[in-house]
Design a protein around this ligand. Structure first.
Ligand code: F0G
Length: 455
């Protein structure tokens, strides 16, 4: 269904935009007919059935809350076995009291990012529609996930579009090794996104970017798992990095549905964090006042801003390459989510992102740069007094630390030339939390001396 004009389409149709108004579509359920559970504890019965793949899946064990396909059509590769971890080290950095910060590690998914939640849902819909090829444009994680689902399930062949020189080696290596047809476009993610939509439409290829409403159904389950880990009690804040804005849109929809169904009594607040070098949401929402306005969003405001970007030839640029996006396709749905969740938007610098990332890593499980935008954003909001140190905050860590070793190694390096080349060029001047390697000659006495000096 189109949230803007109310037009409806059959669930079996392959469609990413409304024919009537051109806007994105939502998956809508007739809850009266479907009879969803009346308590979230209902889902605990599946904990003892992990030998059944669909109940092992962190997505499909919530099938009753995304019931657009029958059990026989569901696709899983074992996604969603992720972890919500209390992190007092990162809490101290952010300015929260002990016990108040939780990190949701979505990098623990099979392809190393949250994308697998949505990909299992998109593959399920694609299977219903009988598609044989699937495509996406990507800053790296969607393509890694698509390539993986394609290789594991053999249901569809994967075609991926990436901007040239724009994706980290960890992610590119996944797409190549899993056998996806990889098309490198001269241009950036925004260019690749525009082209893949045209190509998919012209060639009838199934599009798995988050314009696909079924992707977002899968991503709702990230919030279901957060609630599950918190004994079904909503936190005060969810903080998430904003790129193409699929996650934030999905989270808003998840909470709106749970609230409507009486499954939660309170909706958490949402903070979406842009990188300073890719700050379209921040600019439009926080500075120019773009609002959902019951679906009558001010499209002229958006068009004017995009024209300005073109006139200034401004391209997205951030060390957090996953969110290096200036034309987020889910912008309007995200603005709706911000309304549902009384949300705020902030932007953080590359310096703050890498410092926050080092603090997350120091706690034991790492994350990639884009993910750390959430922690840097939470810190900013605590400093501003928007988040109280006593509130319970969940930062979503969207991707695994090993996705982008280049940024991590450059941050911790002792080689100033290397630091400057990778990070200095992006305005990053220091690495306050660097853990430098210690260089020693190959000599037992000197090695022991070095150990004693540094312990
Ligand atoms: N974090 C990571 C690690 C990502 O890969 C992405 C998006 C985001 C955050 C932003 O999430 O789009 O839901 O706001 N990566 C996409 C990709 C664009 O192609 O892999 P979003």
């Amino acid at each position: 269904m189109s949230p803007a004009c109310g037009a409806t389409y059959d669930v079996g149709e392959v469609r990413v935009a409304c024919e009537r108004c051109g806007g994105l579509l939502d998956v809508e359920y007739d809850w009266n007919r479907l009879q969803p559970p009346d308590n979230l504890r209902y889902f605990e019965q599946w904990w003892g059935q992990r030998r059944i793949p669909m109940r092992h899946s962190g997505v499909w064990r919530f099938h009753e809350l995304l019931p657009y396909a029958g059990p026989e059509s569901l696709v899983t590769v074992g996604e969603g076995q992720t972890l919500l971890q209390q992190s007092d080290g990162a809490a101290a950095y952010v300015g929260l009291k002990p016990g108040r910060l939780h990190l949701q590690y979505e990098g623990m998914n099979p392809s190393g990012s949250f994308k697998d939640n949505g990909m299992s849902a998109a593959f399920t819909h694609a299977r219903l529609s009988g598609a044989s090829r699937a495509a996406c444009a990507s800053t790296g994680n969607t393509s890694a996930s698509l390539a993986m689902y394609s290789a594991v399930t053999r249901l569809m062949k994967a075609v991926i579009f990436i901007g040239s020189g724009k994706i980290s080696y960890g992610k590119l290596s996944q797409a190549l090794e899993y056998g996806a047809l990889t098309v490198q476009i001269e241009g950036d993610f925004d260019d690749a996104m525009a082209r893949v939509q045209e190509v998919s439409r012209d060639l009838g290829i199934y599009l798995v970017n988050s314009v696909n409403p079924f992707r977002l159904e899968g991503q709702k389950t990230i919030m279901f798992r957060v609630l599950e880990s918190l004994n079904w009690e909503p936190p005060d804040w969810i903080v998430v990095p904003g790129g193409n804005l699929g996650n934030s849109s999905a989270f808003g929809k998840a909470f709106a549905e749970l609230f409507k169904l009486g499954l939660i009594s309170r909706v958490p607040r949402l903070a979406v964090i842009n990188a300073c070098g890719a700050d379209t949401l921040y600019e439009l929402y926080s500075r120019r006042g773009l609002r959902w306005n019951s679906g009558q969003i001010d499209k002229q405001l958006i068009a004017d801003y995009y024209r300005e970007l073109d006139e200034r030839q401004k391209k997205a640029s951030t060390i957090a390459s996953a969110i290096e996006i200036n034309r987020p396709v889910n912008l309007q749905k995200c603005v709706r989510a911000l309304e549902i969740c009384d949300g705020v938007v902030r932007k953080v610098s590359d310096q703050d992102i890498l410092d926050a990332k080092a603090q997350v890593g120091a706690g034991g499980f790492g994350c990639e740069p884009a993910s750390a935008a959430s922690v840097a954003g939470a810190r900013l909001l605590v400093r501003e007094g928007v988040i109280d140190p006593d509130e319970r905050v969940v930062c979503v860590l969207t991707g695994h630390q090993l996705k982008d070793p280049t940024a991590t190694v450059a941050y911790h390096t002792t080689d100033q030339e290397h630091f400057q080349k990778i990070l200095g060029s992006r305005g990053i001047q220091h690495a306050a939390f660097a853990n430098h390697a210690v260089a020693v000659p190959n000599d037992l006495r000197q090695i022991i001396q070095a150990l004693e000096q540094h312990s």
